[in-house]
Design a binder for this molecule. Sequence first.
Ligand code: FPP
Ligand code: MG
Length: 343
Amino acid sequence: MQSASGPASLTVMSPPTLSSLFDLVGDEMALVEEWLKSNLIDDNLFVEDLLRQIFQAGGKRLRPLIVLLSSKASAREAGKLGRLHIILAVLTELIHTASLVHDDVIDRASVRRGQETINKRWNDRIAVLMGDLLFAQASICLARIMNPSIVGIYGQVLGDLCSGEIKQMRQQFSTTVDWKIYIDKSIAKTASLFSAGSHSGAILNGCSNGTIQALKDYGLNLGICFQIIDDLLDITGDAKETGKAVGSDLRNGVVTAPAMFILQREDEPAQRLRALINSRQVAQNEGVEEALEIIRRNGGIDESLALARSYAEKSTGNLEALSDSVYKEALASLTQYIMTRTA
Ligand code: FPP
Ligand code: MG
């Protein structure tokens, strides 16, 4: 199922470029970029410098894109957004980035977005505090939106992010296959924030419950699909493109869909993979290379793609409840982009 342009393909249609989707929200995204690099806390130059480094290092800005497109798709006057929608997009990216800064401490990662992580460049203490500072910036944004429902939604997201990481830690080096635990963890660590971002704009727009729920489900299914592809890229990806080391999940004992599809069998490859994980040989170069090869050669990739595709299809189905617009089409295209992404 591999395609020349990426690890996956949803249909025979050529995948959309991300820049064509960003073109629909160009003015708003410029404001988001400005906000992201501003120190809302104080005039500490070191912090300001770090903020610039973190946000100039890139990142795909998928979450602000989802916020802006879904806000436009549900706006009363098609495509018209206010200042609060911009703050919502900023808040969503701040929470995402803060969680990655903390995640790199937990995973002892040295590279993120092709650059040295804060924990590597400075140390864990600075990284924890910098992550906290980003969460503080996000709280200021949340206060400025002044909507109790949205405070509740994003408060739940913060809890979900932590509980997702805890769930993942509790499963470390476990070879027991439990798909419910895997999907629940993927919702907590990823899809919860996608879903918050995809439906909070509709709340600000005063939309009907049907529209709000459709966008909430769209984000949830898209987020699960995103996480499965992320887990796949950890195995099939090119470190130069993903900006992250290949095989780092398995090295850390994080067993994801591509490995689970092998582990749920009883054949020889399954037994060998189980032994490599149980003995923690996957934490070493030789062990992880062998494990990755087993997964690649025994169908772990195609089966994971099919699972991701099932969530991609659900997410496009959720959009049927929305009125037709170029923004609704862009949300559907975004699903296709996520299925075919290589970074
Ligand atoms: C990336 O996972 C990490 C996340 C999606 C969430 C991490 C969340 C936390 C560390 C908790 C945040 C704390 C608060 C206070 C809310 P990954 O390691 O699978 O992805 P990667 O390959 O990009 O590192
Ligand atoms: Mg990580």
